[in-house]
Design a protein around this ligand. Structure first.
Ligand code: NAD
Length: 358
């Protein structure tokens, strides 16, 4: 296992962005986002995505340099078409427009259609929270074969359809729930496969629909499926992410009448509410602290050391990884460097990374 400093990885991701054809600001946003996901502890959505992004850009399934197109502007409703544009850039632009509108109107619903992979959804909830907004985000994943077996299914019918919600608190970052609706995100199965470790019990079924903890066959040949989290309730939320995130917004759903190109398309419905339009931010922050404190004072159940709020594991990870560097297994790292070279990243940048590892 290597430990690599975040700024070095960000430079590499930025160079890949430029090499695939992104303008400077888009490449910088993508790089910050990917490394930010690693810092938050979500390696599944960090720079390990680079080989996919290079493949997608080459195939025309991720279109660098795309502008966000406004399809509907009705004040408190904005609808955007991303046209496979760089997901991180498209989603940030959509959030900025939505936040500005929520500040004027109290709230704004933002529908973002057909962005290339937008990454870690909590990032958009955090952007809203930093601007004093509460927000909820329903997201679908389409354009590739399904990965998630909903409750009662023996094979995959949905993507890993993430959901996120956040509130601004006194401290930064605030309370942030951000999760795949599959028991684990696909990238976590990929990371487990690369590390040679099992996935948690109950998170995976094999090609016959039987429970397994070995991610190898699933990651390598996609035989089997990730299970929905939380039985019928988590499965229901996954269905609502598909319908709210894509059917309602006009984005591409995963149902088979839509052609699949082995790409990654995210469509997202975001509801953004200006906290100051409902009440005041300090009172909300006090109430959040009081509720969190009440929950934390419960004696930890057997097997638990302490009680955490949603978003805290990411804060703890950020503090640790800023100090110690980002852990990367050898296979992931060599895949990333190979993709960077394939994309046309200059040799000196790749050499700099290799040197830092020796
Ligand atoms: P996870 O299971 O690690 O965490 C889910 C949530 O639970 C987080 O809000 C976290 O703060 C909270 N949490 C974790 N451990 C906790 C504990 N012990 N106590 C209290 N709260 C705790 O996340 P995940 O489901 O593996 O998702 C990983 C990432 O993948 C997310 O950022 C998600 O947005 C992203 N994702 C993106 C896509 C996409 O297509 N763009 C698809 C799926 C997932």
């Amino acid at each position: 296992m290597h430990h690599v400093q975040a700024d070095l990885l960000e430079r590499l991701a930025h160079a890949v962005g430029i090499a695939i054809g992104s303008p400077e600001d888009e490449a910088a946003e993508m790089a910050r986002h990917l490394v930010g996901a690693n810092l938050a502890g979500h390696d599944s959505h960090g720079i390990g995505m680079i080989p996919d992004y290079v493949r997608l850009a080459k195939a025309g399934l991720l279109v660098p340099g795309r502008s966000l197109e406004t399809l509907v502007d009705m004040g408190a409703l904005l609808v955007f078409e991303a046209g496979r544009g760089c997901g991180q850039w498209m989603a940030r632009r959509a959030m900025e427009r939505g936040i500005g509108r929520a500040r004027e109107m109290g709230c704004c619903t933002v529908a973002l259609r057909n962005a290339a992979h937008v990454g870690r959804i909590g990032h958009y909830a955090e952007i809203c929270a930093e601007a004093g907004m509460a927000s909820v985000h329903f997201v679908n994943v389409a354009d590739h074969d399904p990965l998630q077996a909903p409750f009662g299914c023996s094979d995959a019918r949905l993507g890993t359809n993430p959901f996120a919600a956040a509130l601004p608190g006194k401290r930064k970052p605030s309370v942030v729930l951000d999760m795949a609706t599959s028991a684990i995100a696909f990238g976590k199965a990929r990371v487990a496969r690369n590390k040679g470790v099992p996935v948690p019990e109950g998170s995976l079924i094999d090609g016959e629909g039987m429970p397994t903890t070995d991610p190898t066959t699933y990651v390598d040949s996609r035989k089997g499926a990730l299970r929905s989290f939380g039985l019928h309730k988590g499965s229901g939320l996954a269905v609502m992410c598909e319908l709210m995130g894509a059917a309602l917004t006009g984005g591409q759903t995963i149902q088979p009448a839509h052609p699949r190109h082995d790409g990654i398309l995210n469509s997202m419905l975001s509801i953004i509410i200006d906290v100051e339009a409902i009440g005041d931010r300090d009172t909300l922050a006090d109430e959040i602290d009081a509720v969190a404190g009440y929950i934390r004072r419960s004696p930890p159940a057997p097997g638990f050391e302490r009680i955490l709020m949603p978003g805290e594991p990411e804060n703890l990870s950020r503090a640790q990884r800023r100090k110690e560097g980002i852990p990367l297994d050898t296979k992931s790292l060599s895949d990333i460097l190979a993709a960077a070279i394939e994309a046309g990243v200059p040799d000196d940048c790749v050499t700099e990374i290799r040197k830092a590892l020796t």
